[in-house]
Design a protein around this ligand. Structure first.
Ligand SMILES: [Zn+2]
Length: 77
């Protein structure tokens, strides 16, 4: 598995139906030039553009499946 940078994203409150939705999800950064119609988090949660805000760092409750996968996939120093 190759390491890949990721985005930390939180869904806007009006789109979050559960606490799990509202937690910070981690998404693999789209490849250069790729503009997907929807993004899929490591945990499988899907968003479309405008549904969420990108964060500089995790805020609030992290999505644990996303956090674990992102930690494994982070570039090693
Ligand atoms: Zn997640």
């Amino acid at each position: 598995m190759t390491s890949r940078p990721h985005l930390i994203v939180r869904v806007h409150a009006e789109y979050a139906r559960t606490e799990q939705d509202r937690s910070c999800h981690f998404f693999p950064v789209p490849l250069d030039g790729e503009r997907p119609a929807e993004l899929r988090a490591y945990c499988g949660y899907r968003i479309t553009p405008g549904m969420a805000e990108a964060l500089d760092h995790p805020a609030g409750i992290p999505c644990m499946p996303c956090l674990m996968t992102a930690a494994i996939n982070s570039p090693q120093p």
